[in-house]
Ligand binder design. Sequence first.
Ligand SMILES: Cc1ncc(COP(=O)(O)O)c(C=O)c1O
Length: 464
Amino acid sequence: MSNTPHTPFDLRALHDAEVTDPLALIGQHINPTYSKVLKILGYDINYTHGRGAYLYDGETQYIDGLGGFGVFACGRNHPVIRDALKQAMDMDLPNLPKFGPTRLSGLLAKQLVDIAPGDLNTVYYCNSGAESVETAIKYARAATGRDRIVYCKKAYHGLTMGALALNGSKDFREGFGSMLDNCVDVPFNDLEALEEKLRRGDVAGFIVEPIQGKGVFLPDDDYLPGAVELCHKYGAVFIADEVQTGFGRTGKMFACEHWGVEPDIMCVSKALSGGYVPVGATLSKRWVHNKVFSTMDRVLVHSTTFGQNDLAMAAGLATLHVLKTEKIVENSATMGERLIGRFQQIVDKYDMAKQVRGKGLMVALEYGPPKGITLKAGWALLHKLDQGLFPQAILIPLLSDHRILAQVAGHHMDVIKLTPPLVLSEADVDHIADAIETVTAACHKFPGPVWEVGKRLSQAVLKR
Ligand SMILES: Cc1ncc(COP(=O)(O)O)c(C=O)c1O
């Protein structure tokens, strides 16, 4: 077998073949509903490549306001991270020996521990954000010998069964049967409600996103420090889910730093590997770790096959290098401030633009009912048909007329959200703000182009 000659494989030719219609392939073999939705919304663009803060369809450039849901903090296809991966491949590394140490995972763990808030000195690697949350649930239970996990209303921690049990929106849970026992919710930003749950003395951990991703809700200044104090008072662990907010997204390396919070467990993923290789990590205090891996025969009691894989580790090391040397976290803070400032001007000027929320480049703009009678009727009609139509009617012209890809911030909310690569320039920020102002101005004219989009969408909804 070792003498069998290799047959070359031409990935580029396969990718570029004229006959390949990506939407049709998705429709046939991955998710027909998704392909239908992309078509209805006009999101069926055949992107050819991506670079930095942009996606391209041939020569046409789009600002990527989603950043792959936040994974491209350093920008798409960053050359330094790509080169690190090429180097790793050329090194014929002893990847995944399983029973034997690997070098890159230790090096990355050391760096993660160095930049993490407080005393998080142990790293567990996995493959996604949800998996890092599953780990946190198990760690909290093992550390405390208790079962109950408290989470926040509107929370999002991923969609595997454990993480789903901590989801603050019932839409994600519907149709999937009974959930993990003993998970209870509390309103975000409510220390009294949290204390009421903790007081029973049976809570293993409280998990919270320092800034909630769905809708982009920020905590009051005393909330997170107060929550840590309460958790410790009642013997529970404090879990910060920094899967979305980590690695510069909010203008600090970790969002916990805005409030001087030191978690007992911290979940990260998304931007850690520059968007190239799936990865997740759960950082914990040593005492927590020791409770999980308490004896020699429990050494692999929690593990996953691809954890510590060399390509993810190489990408992680290169990502931390790029974040630091290219001052990307600082850019997120300055560009975020500029964007939020511009959005505030829109809120001050237009009736239906109600509030801007965010930190760094995690920014949301909330719309609300207009005052004028005709506009109010249009608003009511659209919302009667479907609660999610209005923000989509904003996002469609944003993409088709202004070439900016963005998203609705969550179910049943009139909120649009941006999580672009953190390498955005001033000109990009101004283009985004100008475009959103134009579309917002247009939705104050009834009939008008935004309402036409709404009408078209509602017809599609009615046909469903
Ligand atoms: C705060 C938070 N936690 C967990 C997750 C789940 O991550 P993944 O989609 O990688 O499973 C997400 C994903 O958006 C998230 O925003």
